[in-house]
Each structure stands twice: as C-alpha cells, then as structure tokens.
Design a protein around this ligand. Sequence first.
Ligand code: AMP
Ligand code: MN
Ligand code: MN
Ligand code: MN
Length: 271
Amino acid sequence: MIDLHTHSTASDGTLAPADLVREAAAQGLTQLALTDHDTLAGLSAARAAAAGTGLRLVPGVELSVRWEGLSLHIVGLNVASDDAGLAAGLVRQQAARLERARAIAERLRRLGCGAAAERALADTAMPTRAHFARALVATGDAADTNTAFRRWLRRGRPAYVPGAWVSLAEGIAWIRAAGGIAVLAHPLRYALGSAAMKRLLGAFRDAGGEAIEVVSGNATPHDIGIVLEQARRFGLLASAGSDFHAPAPWLAPGRLAPLPATATPVWSRWT
Ligand code: AMP
Ligand code: MN
Ligand code: MN
Ligand code: MN
C-alpha cells in the first residue's frame, strides 16, 4: 500500500510526524509521503521514524497556489528538503498564511467568536482554516468542523479570506527546481466545469506539472474513472493519496482505493 498525501502536526494534521509514520508502518504501507501545507518542518522527524522500518518516506509538501482567482493545491513529491529556492518560497507562503490568519481572526472577533480566534492563532506557526474550524468547535461556537466551514470559513462565508498564495506556474517551478514532481491534488474538489478543468490541466501541464491524484481520499469508482481519463488525455502520471489528517475508526493513512491497473503510477519515476 502506498499513500502519497498526508498531514501531520507540522500543519493541520493531528498526529506528530513520527506517530504518523508509526501508524502508516503498522498499516503495512510500503511508501508514505508527508505533504504538510506549505512547510517541510515535519520531514526530519518523519525520516528518523521511518529509518529501519520497511516504510519508504517520500519527502513532500502541499502548496496552496492561485489560478484564475481560485485557490488550488499542488502536492510536490520527492522534493529535496534542503533546496534553498523552495525554502525561500515556503517562507513567503508562511507569511501569507500568517497574514491571512490575522485577517480571519479579525473577522471572527467581529462575528462574536473572539475566543476561538485567539485559540487558533495560539495553536500553530502554520495556521490553516482547519485550525480555526477546530477552535470554533472547542469553544462551542460550532457543533463540528464541517459546520464551522459551512457557516464561517468557506469561500463566500463571512470569515473567509483568500490567501496571497504563489501562482500555479511559480509553485510548480519551485517544486521542479527542488527535484520534485508536481501533482495536482484532489482535482474533483474544485468543482470546475469541464471547460475550466481543461484549461487548468493544460496550464498545469504547460507549467511542468507531471501527475494528478487519480485516487484521492474517499473517491468513488466513478470519480476514479473520470480522473483516470483526464490523466490519459493530458499525459499525466497517476498518484494516490488519502489526504489523511486525523485517525478515526474508519480512517487511517493508506486507507484508499487501489490505482486502476491501466494507470501509470507516479512512483514508477523513483522505484
Ligand atoms: P487552508 O489551506 O488554510 O485554506 O485550509 C484548508 C484545509 O482546511 C484543508 O486542507 C482541509 O484540511 C480543511 N478543510 C477544507 N474544507 C473543509 C471542510 N468543508 N470540512 C473540514 N475541513 C475542511
Ligand atoms: Mn488540510
Ligand atoms: Mn488539499
Ligand atoms: Mn492535503
């Protein structure tokens, strides 16, 4: 089993990197990519925990990028964690995250959720909307994180603030310059029409993107078929990643459908 998209406490996951690696090894995974949002901070602990187990740790990152006014996610796989250009880019992304988090907090204060705002800001150096959602649950302002997103945090809701992310093309360039492979993450989550999806896949490939998540999270067989066809049309390799954030009885790293036999796996590039 291979899982090339997961999160740790270095961003918005709930397991420390070493615990994530132990959990993945216990599940029998042979390869695990740690792909925290806009940071490589969890990689050294993950690498140390993977040493001596049967698990290959694939160093990764999930970049937030902007394209046609939208925020999209690009996973970089097998990036050199000491690349200076990528590190400098991630410093910029982190600054954009902090600035956006302050703006979200200000909106939440005005909406009467000041305690949740302070709690989220104090929680992490790499604030995401998931931190705000969890804080809103902890203070009793929302029943669950889904409600917090629907009521406040989603695009179009009163505490939504867009991030000043890197452009799609520049983000892909950072990944490639660090020796990595750029993967379009969870392509169906952007809910694009077919014309916009074609433009995106064209722009992604033209900028040097090489793979797409054919199997992601809780994809249905129908979803998998759609993305497999997009991969074939645009000549992209196929990746598989759970987007694991937190353990649940039904959720673990590596809990995802197998890649279809006709797909060319992205890991054929390094194994
Ligand atoms: P950000 O990158 O700060 O915009 O935060 C995005 C993160 O929030 C995603 O990576 C998910 O972990 C989480 N997220 C986004 N939408 C939802 C949702 N509807 N319910 C729960 N978590 C979500
Ligand atoms: Mn996340
Ligand atoms: Mn994502
Ligand atoms: Mn993710």
